[in-house]
Design a protein around this ligand. Structure first.
Ligand code: ATP
Ligand code: MG
Length: 417
């Protein structure tokens, strides 16, 4: 009887080899940069009560209405695999009393889940790096996050061809006035809009600006702009953000139609975009979400943050340069049972001294030497019965082919030199 192997779930990826190295490079670089900016690490649950997301993102958002992986657990409670980090972090801020740490600068990374149509750069399980400043109403927080994002892209070597698109959604009053003007404008074109946008019209017209449907595009370009409706305070806030970016030497472009897909944004909204990833061109997005904590039943708490898709960043890294799996420093080639036993000790010593050691026990001498060459090591250490009896190894420089016998104890120094 033959057994069928279950297939992976559609929209998930098994990441391996150079792709996994590029993924790891993104995470390591993020970890380094977030420490430079003094963001504290947090680890968050992968699932939350469904209400954490439905109440904070808004019932009318694409994520909540179409994309969430929600299920009842065995106790009959509705749970959801996190589709984003921000709502869970806000929940944690409130339930753990993290107010005492405000302004709290935190960073995390991990897997997220959205039921979307899988394509290049769009998956059902994907991964983000995420940074948030919670309990900070000052434009400095927005600036610091943006400068950090800019430095991250530079250190990843992918800043070329990625631009920062920046907008303000104003404060509550500005946003409300803009919203009313958008409704009035879109109503005049109601029957030419996509069904989704007709739906959104009264409830959340800002979202029409974020539509990816080609039928909506002609109207979004000419829609009323936020600038006409910005209060003095909102203008002042935005000026402080752009002044800060200029002071830090971060290039930005004004994108007056840019809105974020989620309900809770105020003031600053931004995306880092590229045309090198086809339709999935947004690599990093975020903004200020001063309205979120109240939606979750907490006290009004200003906050700002961003998230970036690790897969999209890793694709840009792999486009910019060849990503290879790291080479070994040294390859050990033991020949014979006694040498194999001795080489286990030698390999452990070298690895404890910080060297990357390749060692295999399969095949004849020729096979073992070719594996040593493939490991990218500069040196092979060949240990047979002769060498073993003398307490030595033959050290072969795999670049030049030169070889010499050395006492085992002299080897770490010779290789590190
Ligand atoms: P998009 O407009 O591409 O759907 P979004 O506005 O839904 O993005 P956010 O919720 O802001 O995205 O998430 C931030 C980042 O996470 C995106 O800019 C992108 O890099 C990444 N991302 C979002 N959804 C996916 C996905 N399904 N697969 C891979 N990466 C994703
Ligand atoms: Mg989306």
């Amino acid at each position: 009887m033959s057994k069928e192997t279950p297939q992976a779930i559609r929209g998930t990826q098994d990441i391996f080899g150079p792709d996994a190295e590029a993924f790891g490079f993104v995470v390591e670089t993020f970890e380094r940069v977030r420490k430079l900016y003094r963001f504290r690490r947090v680890e968050m649950p992968v699932f939350e009560k469904t209400s954490v997301f439905s109440r904070s993102l808004g019932e009318t958002t694409d994520v909540v209405s179409k994309e969430m992986y929600s299920f009842e657990d065995r106790g009959g409670e509705s749970l959801t695999l996190r589709p984003e980090f921000t709502a869970g972090l806000a929940r944690a801020f409130l339930t753990n009393g993290w107010q005492q740490h405000a302004p709290l600068k935190i960073a995390t990374h991990g897997a997220l889940f959205r039921y979307e149509r899988p394509q290049k750069g769009r998956y059902r399980q994907f991964h983000q790096i995420d940074a948030e400043v919670i309990g900070a109403g000052e434009p400095h927080a927005d600036v610091e996050l943006l400068v950090m994002a800019d430095q991250l892209l530079k250190e990843l070597g992918i800043a070329n061809g990625v631009t920062l698109q920046l907008n303000t959604l104003g404060d509550a009053a500005s946003r409300e006035a803009w919203r009313a003007a958008l409704i009035e404008y879109f109503i005049a074109h109601k029957h030419e809009l996509s069904e989704d946008s007709q739906d959104r019209l009264e409830r959340n017209p800002l979202r029409i600006l974020d539509s990816k449907d080609p039928r909506d595009k002609p109207f979004t370009a000419d829609a009323p702009k936020i600038d006409q409706f910005l209060s003095i305070e909102a203008q002042d806030f935005f000026a402080k953000v752009t002044d800060g970016l200029d002071a830090a030497g971060v290039a930005w472009t004004r994108a007056p139609a840019l809105v974020r897909g989620l309900d809770y944004y105020r003031h600053t909204a931004f995306e880092f975009v590229t045309d090198r990833l086809g339709a999935q061109g947004t690599v990093l997005g975020g903004g200020r979400y001063d309205g979120l904590m109240e939606a979750l039943g907490g006290a009004a708490t200003p906050a700002v943050g961003w998230a970036a898709g690790i897969e999209r960043l890793a694709m840009l890294v792999a486009d910019a340069r060849e990503v290879k799996e790291p080479a070994a420093d040294v390859a050990i080639v033991p020949m014979g049972a006694a040498a194999e036993a001795a080489c286990i000790g030698l390999a452990a010593t070298l690895r404890r001294s910080g060297l990357a050691v390749e060692m295999g026990f399969r095949g004849n001498m020729k096979k073992r030497m070719s594996r040593a060459n493939e490991s990218g090591a500069r040196f092979a250490l060949i240990v047979g019965d002769d060498e073993l009896a003398a307490g030595e190894a033959t050290v072969k420089n795999l670049g030049t082919g030169d070889q010499a016998r050395l006492p085992l104890h002299a080897i770490p120094a010779h290789i590190s030199a």
